[in-house]
Design a protein around this ligand. Structure first.
Ligand code: FAD
Length: 472
């Protein structure tokens, strides 16, 4: 191993091979539920250096864990406990390489922080729409590695739909230059889509060419109280009809989730909390290419129809950008409020939108029956059929003991319900090291066989993020 560390030091410079001292920031996952031990954290500064690091590791038979901002929620970016893995941090590959305004593309290196990618697009008067609460620290490499979703998927799609090309270092240390930025390219198998969402198990993304969009002339946000999940789905249908491509966000939040925000962030005023008859609220965003007046008129027409339909009990439309940000801030504070409340079990699931009301009715009742006192923190991207269907430990219970005794059972109940309603046990957070058993259980054998064949073909040595997505 000394030889490998020497080679790595010679490759990237001694200052960028961290093998001693406190490596917690790289070894522990964001939720602090997994802590590993790395042989070293290596921070290359260019694609050529990434390739050289991978070649050195391949030669030594040492496995590699690619890491961006380490904000992933499926334990995919931290090393195992063996002390033998190299964490390959992309943080220093953070250049904006090119912007092509006519082609509506931006080419950035993998370690670029998402917020900086958005800013680079805005500086050119354009929009890069990927947006999520971790955008101040997650990287575009990690976003593509996990095929991240976020709050704008209903209009712009997941990270996959926003990417036109990749540059990738293969497990053999070769560089695939695939940054053409073409909107049409039917020249054989789609290698780009193979790497997106592969969670660092097939290669290291070093750069990406991303799609840009015109910035909307105006963007409006509304907050609506709805009498049921079924009504929320009806409101979504009306929003599609009235706003068309203007509908850029559609989030649902359960009353208990919002009550946690009101409890732990009392400085935030959560609309309609005083109304006991409101089980869910919805946050809608309408981006308009004409003007604010046009956006407001369309929103008003939508809400009028929704009131008549009965799927909305009450609603407010933000009067200013500050108010709109305030409403989004409430939505984005739910995970933090949940953490303040104590330990919890997270599920990131998707179900066909039409089946979400029945899924919630069935699963809410099942959990209440099987696990008395259970508290559901249900919220998420309803416009994409994606719920964060989380379980808070019963009030006053010993949370650690609850998790020890009940987590597997709770996961089993929720994932069986998801399968029953034709859904997926991971919608946007990936499989990582956390849901490998679920992948084996819920993917059909034919699909699993193809996945294993791809892994074996691209990484026969099994050095890229082993044990993540697929078992070793
Ligand atoms: P990391 O955590 O470092 O890595 C994630 C995975 O990608 C790992 O498997 C890693 O090996 C791999 N990887 C990283 N970089 C590369 C690379 N260059 N090449 C190949 N593989 C790589 N996700 C959503 O989809 N939607 C949300 O709304 C959302 N909200 C979030 C809110 C919060 C507060 C937090 C903490 C997370 C949230 N996430 C969300 C999780 C999300 O996956 C990450 O925030 C983000 O996409 C990961 O980026 P990262 O740079 O931190 O990647």
């Amino acid at each position: 191993m000394t030889n490998l560390l020497d080679t790595l030091r010679a490759t990237v410079g001694p200052a960028h091979v961290l093998a001693e001292g406190d490596l917690t920031a790289w070894e522990q996952d964001w939720r602090r539920r997994a802590r590993g031990k790395a042989l070293a954290v290596v921070r290359p500064g260019s694609t050529a250096e990434v390739a050289a690091v991978v070649r050195a590791c391949a030669q030594a038979g040492t496995s590699i864990v690619p890491q961006g901002g380490n904000t992933g929620l499926s334990v995919g970016s931290t090393p195992d406990a063996s002390g033998t893995q190299v964490v390959l941090s992309l943080a220093r590959l953070n250049a904006v390489r090119a912007i092509d305004k006519d082609n509506l593309t931006l080419t950035v290196e993998a370690g670029c922080i998402l917020q900086n990618v958005q800013a680079a697009a805005a500086q050119a008067g354009l929009l890069f729409p990927l947006s999520l609460a971790a955008e101040g620290s997650c990287t575009i490499g990690g976003n593509l590695g996990t095929n991240a979703g976020g709050t704008q998927v209903v209009r712009y799609g997941n990270a996959r739909e926003l990417c036109l090309g990749l540059e990738v270092v293969t497990p053999q240390g070769e560089v695939w230059h695939g940054l053409k930025g073409l909107r049409k390219d039917n020249t054989g198998y789609d290698l780009r889509d193979l790497f997106i969402g592969s969670e660092g198990t097939l290669g290291v993304i070093t750069a990406a060419t991303l799609k840009l969009f015109p910035q909307p002339a105006a963007s409006l946000t509304a907050w609506a109280a709805v009498p049921s999940m079924e009504a929320a789905v009806r409101l979504l249908g009306l929003a599609h009809q009235h706003l068309g491509a203007g509908l850029t966000g559609f989030e649902v939040m359960g009353r208990f989730a919002l009550s946690l925000v009101a409890k732990h962030m009392p400085q935030l005023r959560v609309p309609f909390m005083e109304r006991e008859d409101v089980p869910y609220c919805v946050l809608l965003e309408n981006a308009d290419s004409e003007s604010e007046a046009h956006a407001r008129a369309r929103f008003e027409a939508l809400l009028e129809t929704a009131f008549e339909d009965g799927c909305v009990q009450d609603a407010v439309v933000a009067e200013s950008l500050a108010q709109a940000h305030g409403l989004w801030h409430i939505r984005e504070s739910i995970p933090l409020a949940q953490a303040e409340e104590g330990l919890n079990i997270k599920h990131d699931i998707s179900v066909p939108i039409s089946r979400i009301p029945a899924f919630c009715e069935y699963t809410d009742a099942l959990l209440a029956r099987e696990i008395p006192g259970v508290r559901l923190v249900n919220f998420g991207h309803l416009g994409d059929g994606n719920l964060h269907y989380n379980v808070q430990t019963p009030e006053g219970s010993d949370a650690r003991a609850f998790l020890r005794d009940q987590e597997t059972h709770v996961n089993h109940l929720v994932y069986e319900a998801v399968a029953r309603f034709g859904g997926a046990f991971s919608a946007e957070h990936g499989v990582g090291g956390l849901k490998v058993a679920e992948l084996e259980k819920y993917q059909p054998p034919v699909a699993l066989g193809m996945m294993r064949a791809i892994k074996q073909a691209l990484d026969p040595q099994g050095i890229m993020n082993p044990g993540r997505v697929l078992r070793r």
